[in-house]
Design a protein around this ligand. Structure first.
Ligand code: ADP
Ligand code: MG
Length: 226
């Protein structure tokens, strides 16, 4: 079976302006992500990981180069088309979980579905229950985030990313706020979701120790992938 390219980057560059000084954050990145792939991007703090994930997730735009997501050149998309892409085709997981503190676990997970008016309340509820089950926190669905451990909070955030059935989940240092045992469990969960549900993951970390079982590992330093 030939693999289908989900994302491709060609000659992608990104600079930031710090006062009058230009900081090159990414230098000519060429990269392809295939559907169903699990990729880990490893690099020290400041190497350009978040910048790259934000470009792939169309949260930010490159200064140079081309990004094609699921067959569409994202520089050609309007704001409305971009937000559709982000809501339907991409899931995000962050280091700091980013849960809404006044909503329960189940309500946090349901949030992205509220932007899909074609889904009925019954369909939303079924999707949320499935996602809760997939990440192993069905019993905690009515808890507020502050009653959950760090690992459980990240499971809620993973369920929230899964619930829209995205083509790609981007995870920016998802384990950086967790102890190492919990961190390994979270990576095992992501690997399991990749294997059993064929979810495509692109995850980054500064921690080389996490990637023992990851098939594809890329290293980034000073804005360049090797
Ligand atoms: P990482 O996620 O690997 O820690 P980043 O992508 O956040 O790396 O940063 C890459 C480089 O770009 C660093 O030198 C960082 O200081 C710089 N940078 C990131 N965001 C900004 C910004 N908003 N303004 C100026 N410089 C930035
Ligand atoms: Mg970062």
């Amino acid at each position: 079976m030939t693999s289908q390219t989900l994302v491709s980057l060609k000659g992608v560059e990104k600079r930031y302006l710090l006062g009058e000084v230009e900081v090159p954050a990414l230098k000519s990145i060429d990269l392809e992500i295939a559907l169903g792939e699990f990729t880990a991007l490893i690099g020290v703090s400041g190497s350009g990981k978040s910048t790259l994930l934000n470009l792939i997730g169309s949260i930010d735009v490159p200064d140079k180069g081309k990004i094609v997501f699921d067959g569409q050149d994202i520089s050609a998309l309007s704001e409305v088309e971009l937000s559709h892409l982000r809501n339907r085709k991409i899931g995000f997981i962050f280091q700091s979980f980013n849960l809404i503190p006044v909503l329960t676990a189940a309500e946090n997970i349901e949030l992205p579905l509220l932007m899909q008016p074609e889904l009925s309340p019954a369909e939303r509820s079924e999707r949320v229950q499935t996602a809760l089950q997939d990440v192993g926190i069905l019993d905690h669905q009515n808890h507020l985030p502050d009653r959950l451990s760090g690992g459980q909070r990240q499971r809620v955030a993973i369920a929230r990313a899964l619930v829209t059935r995205p083509k790609l989940i981007l995870a920016d240092e998802p384990t950086a706020n967790l102890d190492s045992k919990t961190a390994h469990k979270i990576i095992d969960l992501l690997l399991d979701l990749n294997r059993k549900k064929n979810v495509t993951f692109f995850f980054c970390s500064h921690d080389e120790k996490l990637i023992g079982r990851v098939g594809r590992v890329l290293h980034i330093s000073d804005g360049m992938i090797s």
